[in-house]
Design a protein around this ligand. Structure first.
Ligand SMILES: [Zn+2]
Length: 336
């Protein structure tokens, strides 16, 4: 549990860090205002007394995702049950500064090595599979495990954790096969481009329509305001309700308009991304080995719709994202 005092100090530390961007400055300022570190209840009942802040203390505090309401889950962080002390936007902003990233670049929690994250389904229960790892000595073993099995045990699902490397190699081998010849790259690019064009068209139409709707709604509200002064009793209440509803609708439309503008701004980036995917795919065999883990993940997220792993039948079905409706999944028996 986090005490009220600790919560105040934590928020202060985050705020000061965003102002000064130096942990040493934050520790100095906290000490100057008489703030103390938390008393630690160490194992075996020993306690560490509250003391002055060091730079290391501040860095530890700023990096603690618990304060943003997350809990560790395997190799990732997930939203926890406990309330957040600092909002996530502030927390991510601080992580960006700590990591030396510029503004606007999204902070990723995630270990980029798990390139199939989010794409895997357990064929036995239909649930997602999630990354995890164990350590034996200096070696790390990565795997993907069924969420049902993970949360409910063997009674929930029988599927056992599967070697991440083996699954990843398998999916990549399938992609190497389909990318031979370059036809697939062309197909993917065509699909990505047409999907983006549709999206662009819909957004532009919305940008034209929303201001008109807003003007109409504002006009109606103004009329009601005029009538309100002449009304009494139930009819007045009814009209007030209508006006409130119209105002809420207007607020919703304004919010949507801002979203549309942002989405239109982001379209250039999405077009570049589509071009990058097509390019990488055109020379997949050579390009794959040269990509960073993060970019490998990015490419797989774009190309693979879903991978269903069925331990019972020893099979892995790779559904491609752009193979079209009629395509059959690339299915293969795998040795355990
Ligand atoms: Zn399962």
């Amino acid at each position: 549990m986090v005490s009220e005092y600790e919560a105040v100090v934590v928020r202060e530390a985050f705020k000061l860090y965003l102002q000064h961007q130096q942990a040493s400055v934050v520790s100095r300022l906290l000490n100057e205002t008489g703030r103390k570190t938390k008393r630690y209840e160490a194992q075996r009942g020993a306690t560490r007394a509250a003391r002055k802040w060091t730079t290391q203390d501040v860095l530890r505090l700023l990096r603690s995702s618990l304060y943003a309401g997350f809990v560790p889950y395997g190799d990732e962080m997930r939203p926890g049950e406990h309330p957040a002390i600092v909002d996530r936007a502030t927390f991510h902003q601080v992580q960006d500064v700590l990591e030396g990233r510029g503004p606007g670049i999204q902070y990723h929690w995630r270990n980029p090595d798990y390139v199939l994250r989010g794409l895997l389904r357990c064929g036995m229960c239909g649930e997602a599979m999630t990354p995890g790892s164990t350590r034996k000595g200096t070696r790390e073993y990565r795997y993907y495990r069924c969420v049902t099995r993970d949360t409910q045990g063997k009674e929930g699902c029988q599927a056992s954790p599967l070697s991440a490397a083996a699954l990843e190699d398998f999916v990549v081998a399938r992609l190497r096969e389909v990318s031979v010849g370059g036809g697939f790259a062309t197909q993917v690019h065509a699909r990505l481009t047409s999907r983006l064009e549709e999206k662009h068209k819909a957004l532009r139409a919305e940008r034209v329509r929303l201001p008109k709707d807003l003007a109409r709604s504002a006009g109606e509200s103004a009329k009601w305001v005029d009538s309100l002064s002449k009304l009494e009793g139930p009819s007045r209440r009814l009209l007030e309700q209508k006006r409130t509803a119209a105002e809420e609708e207007s607020a919703g439309m304004k919010k949507r308009l801002a979203e549309v503008e942002r989405a239109l701004d982001a379209m250039e980036g999405e077009k570049l991304e589509a071009a990058w995917v097509a390019q990488a795919l055109a020379d997949f065999d050579a390009v794959w080995d040269a990509l960073t883990a993060a970019n490998r993940g990015r490419l797989l997220q774009a190309l693979v719709g879903r991978v269903v792993v069925d331990e019972e039948t020893d099979s892995v079905d790779v559904h491609l994202a752009h193979a079209g409706e009629s395509a059959t999944p690339l299915r293969e028996e795998v040795a355990p």
